[in-house]
Each structure stands twice: as structure tokens, then as C-alpha cells.
Design a protein around this ligand. Structure first.
Ligand SMILES: [Zn+2]
Length: 148
């Protein structure tokens, strides 16, 4: 099955987040929408990513893609969502906002990475190009949003 390129790119952002989570379990995830000519994901971490990390993340992504992981959607209640994202402050903020706006809380799980996301995505990572992506940059934005 072939998918629109935006959908492939956005799905790759989830795969990248899953890869980063595996390599750096303490990362706090913000969001990863598709962009005009690629994909990105914002995360918050003490660890300073650099270009030297790209090869390891890309390898992990290729392994994840090879594993034919499915993108499984569930609609959850606020209580359950709060448990799932207890250690993810950005997601917590958004799910409270979505809930206050009366929106359904849609979550997607790909392998060990569960995200608050409306989708859509490819059905399985077998629909993603195993060698058709490359991480090009990381940019550090110093920000302290959750300081008391
Ligand atoms: Zn998504």
C-alpha cells in the first residue's frame, strides 16, 4: 500500500522518537508534526545530542522499521491518559488542554513509544522506507518551561 509522503514522514517522526526513547529513556517528548520537506521531533533532555548521535539513532530506526511494528490507535479517557503520560510533562499539558476543549484523547503506540496523536499514520512500519531517510540536524533550544 502506498501512502502520501506527509503521512510517511510523520510516521517516521514516531519511529525516530521510539529510537530516541530506546537509546535515551529519560527524554521528555514534545511533538513531531510533518513539515514541508521532512520530519522532526522536539524533545527535552539533559543529554546534549550532536551529529555524533545520528548514526546510532538511524540504525535503531532501521531496526524498528524492519521489525514491522504496527501503529495502534486507541481512544482513552483522561484518567488513563494521565497514567500513560505521567512522566511526560509536555503530553500532560496537551492532554489536559484537549480534554478541556472536549476533544477525544487519541493515542498511538508504535513499539515502546506511545504518543498523544490524532494520526493518521502508516499501518505498519513495513510501509516505511528502511533506507529512505536521513537525520540531518539537531538544534538545541534552551528553554525551561516547567520550572516552578
Ligand atoms: Zn502521529
Amino acid at each position: 500500500m502506498s501512502y502520501p509522503i506527509e503521512l510517511v514522514r510523520h510516521s517516521l517522526a514516531h519511529v525516530m522518537a521510539a529510537a530516541v526513547k530506546k537509546l535515551h529513556p529519560d527524554v521528555k517528548f514534545a511533538g513531531g508534526p510533518a513539515i514541508e520537506n521532512g520530519f522532526y521531533y522536539d524533545f527535552d533532555t539533559e543529554y546534549r545530542f550532536s551529529e555524533e548521535d545520528f548514526a546510532a539513532i538511524e540504525k535503531e530506526m532501521r531496526d524498528l522499521i524492519k521489525s514491522n511494528g504496527r501503529f495502534e490507535q486507541r481512544i482513552v479517557e483522561l484518567d488513563e491518559a494521565k497514567k500513560i503520560f505521567a512522566d511526560q510533562p509536555y503530553k500532560m499539558e496537551w492532554l489536559n488542554e484537549y480534554d478541556a476543549a472536549g476533544e477525544k484523547l487519541s493515542i498511538y503506540t508504535f513499539r515502546d513509544f506511545t504518543d498523544l496523536c490524532r494520526g493518521p499514520h502508516v499501518e505498519s512500519s513495513k510501509d516505511l522506507p528502511r533506507d529512505g531517510f536521513k537525520i540531518q540536524r539537531c538544534r538545541c533550544v534552551l528553554e525551561r518551561r516547567f520550572e516552578k
